[in-house]
Write a protein that binds this ligand. Structure first.
Ligand SMILES: Nc1ncnc2c1ncn2[C@@H]1O[C@H](COP(=O)(O)OP(=O)(O)OP(=O)(O)O)[C@@H](O)[C@H]1O
Ligand SMILES: [Mg+2]
Length: 261
């Protein structure tokens, strides 16, 4: 199972641990994490609340440095945030003083691309998330799901090597959430992108991920990695949903057991 589309390692997390220094006692958030993100992979991370998932994402993003171990991107140590790693958080962090289009164009403009390219990139990604008609709107005029689509388009506009998402659909209602899952799956499939996504939702992880990583209670360690191909079954399916069968249920149960240990 699991189709490696390319196999090139993009992110290499080696024996990573992180302890937060606080005013009281230090908090060991994660310990001994070894993980590779390969090109074309859709990697989903599951684990109990507080187990260090966001901490791991922030290390990969380059926001914080690990206390122990190393985190490499294409062989080079990650030294800080970079356009090559696009980030989408649970609450969309859009610039309220810019309209929707300007938000999406922000990255390419900051990188100094020619105006003509900025415009066409903006159009392309707004189209991809289904918001081409909303370019002139202010961000406060959008629903939560639309804001999250803009945040996604803004990350994609930099054509990052990897997209890091921290519970991107966590604040959305169930129906919008399913629509967003279908959207992200089709963008992943179309752009052959590499995605690292944290979620609380086991079904979301199973139905999107080509790899699912399950973390333990704090300090977070990796308990198990699953290589899956359920997401491919949804791509060919008319209703865009994964077919839930015996194998799916078996894996789901195993993950529930692991997370509640
Ligand atoms: N800046 C910080 N300073 C001190 N402790 C922190 C900091 N950020 C996180 N922690 C602690 O580190 C641990 C891991 O937090 P983290 O946010 O990575 O967990 P999580 O798995 O993302 O949780 P959730 O599923 O609730 O989002 C928690 O005990 C948390 O309280
Ligand atoms: Mg978190």
């Amino acid at each position: 199972m699991g189709k490696d589309r390319n196999g090139e390692v993009i992110i290499d997390v080696q024996n990573v641990g992180l302890t937060y220094e606080t005013n009281t006692k230090p908090i060991k958030a994660i310990e001994d994490i070894n993980l590779q993100i390969k090109k074309g992979e859709f990697l989903c991370v599951l684990g109990p609340s507080g187990c260090g998932k966001s901490t791991l994402l922030k290390i990969i993003a380059g926001y914080i440095k690990p206390t122990t171990g190393l985190c490499l991107m294409q062989g080079e140590p990650i030294k800080g945030p970079d356009w090559n790693r696009g980030i989408v958080f649970q609450s969309p962090t859009l610039y309220p003083w810019m309209n929707v289009r300007k938000n999406v164009e922000y990255g390419p403009r900051m990188r100094g691309l020619p105006e003509k390219d900025i415009k066409s990139i903006g159009r392309h990604y707004l189209e991809q998330v289904g918001l081409i008609e909303y370019g002139d709107k202010a961000t406060f005029e959008l629903s939560g799901g639309m804001k999250q689509r803009v945040a996604l388009a803004r990350a994609l506009a930099n054509e990052p090597e990897v997209i890091l998402m921290d519970e991107p659909f966590g604040a959305l209602d169930a129906l919008t959430r399913v629509n967003m899952q279908t959207l992200i799956r089709s963008i992943w499939e179309e752009t052959k992108s590499t995605i690292f996504m944290i979620t609380h939702d086991i079904d979301e992880a199973l139905s999107l991920g080509t790899k699912v990583v399950v973390m333990s209670k704090t300090p977070g360690k990796i308990l198990k990695e699953f290589s899956l191909d359920f997401t491919y079954t949804a791509i060919g399916n008319k209703n865009g949903r994964v077919k839930v069968g015996e194998e799916y249920m078996k894996i789901k149960e195993e993950i529930v057991d692991k997370i509640s240990q």
